[in-house]
Design a binder for this molecule. Structure first.
Ligand SMILES: Nc1ncnc2c1ncn2[C@@H]1O[C@H](COP(=O)(O)OP(=O)(O)O)[C@@H](O)[C@H]1O
Ligand SMILES: CC(C)(COP(=O)(O)O)[C@@H](O)C(=O)NCCC(=O)O
Ligand SMILES: [K+]
Length: 249
């Protein structure tokens, strides 16, 4: 069995594939290294042979996680590394190593699935947009605060915005103007993200007319789905790219 990990700034997304790579045997989201290992240890019949991971975390943090995986399961771990070109996609950054690895892998996955121009929108801790032309050339992208950062900035830097996660979830059942603080903040930030999506779509149309595929991914992709009804929601887009960057043969 193969363990795949996508270590974002807030959560570790994980899944276990059968060796054939065709079947997802188990998957989840963990808030810490320890929680991840606990979830894996609890899986009946787990027999890991390989592990591949992508991380946007600090090198020391990632190394610590790798050491914990080796200690717990005795697996060899391969880590996705930056590249100037892969899978027909050419990294557009001035310094290719500076581009976030999650963005790079999502782009590889998107270009593989679309075989043409694409706009990749990822809603995690940060919200990111990346533009890949029909020839695989990466035009570059944008980075903004995502939903967790926007709401936490408001909660941290104002005196009177305080509410819990359950209230936040209820507030998003509608997007009419809020009549409570939690509604006003949660709906306001959601509309900011939707505005971000609409702007990226406009830019993409400027480049490619209607001839491009939009991909939505990341834990908060559902929040903006209505703003891009034409988009393909691919929650495991980073994992599609991870398999390309870390083949196990
Ligand atoms: N099961 C879940 N557990 C935790 N967060 C989730 C879950 N499903 C969706 N989310 C949302 O995903 C967001 C984090 O997205 P994610 O793509 O994991 O971020 P990152 O890659 O930056 O760690 C959170 O703001 C949360 O609202
Ligand atoms: C932009 C990001 C913070 C997104 O991280 P995430 O929200 O997925 O946790 C990450 O891709 C990153 O640290 N990138 C390096 C900077 C860059 O891409 O220019
Ligand atoms: K991510």
């Amino acid at each position: 069995m193969i363990l795949e990990l996508d270590c974002g700034n807030s959560f570790i997304k994980w899944r276990v594939l059968e060796l054939s790579e065709a079947t997802v045997r188990a998957e989840g989201i963990a808030g810490s290294d320890i929680a991840l290992i606990e979830s894996l240890v609890a899986l009946p019949g787990l027999l890991l042979t390989r592990c591949r991971l992508v991380s946007v975390r600090a090198l020391e943090e990632t190394d610590k996680l790798i050491a914990a995986l080796v200690a717990a399961f005795g697996v060899a771990v391969s880590c996705a590394a930056s590249a100037q070109e892969m899978g027909g996609v050419r990294n557009g950054y001035d310094d290719f190593q500076r581009l976030g690895m999650d963005r790079w892998l999502a782009m590889l996955g998107a270009f593989k699935l679309a075989s043409g121009a694409c706009l990749v929108l990822d809603f995690g801790t940060a919200a990111t947009a990346d533009f890949i032309g029909p020839d695989g050339g990466h035009l570059g992208g944008f980075i903004c605060p995502g939903m967790p950062l926007m709401r936490n900035q408001l909660r941290t830097h104002t005196r009177k915005i305080r509410y819990d996660d359950a209230a936040a979830e209820r507030a998003l059942e509608r997007l009419s103007p809020g009549r409570t603080t939690v509604e006003a903040v949660e709906r306001g930030c959601t509309l900011m993200l939707r505005g971000f999506v609409l702007t990226q779509l406009e830019l993409a149309r400027g480049y490619w007319g209607e001839d491009f595929t939009v991909f939505l991914t990341g834990g908060d992709a559902d929040l903006v789905r209505d703003a891009a009804p034409q988009a393909r929601l691919v929650p495991d887009l980073v994992f599609v790219g991870l398999a390309m960057a870390c083949p196990l043969s």
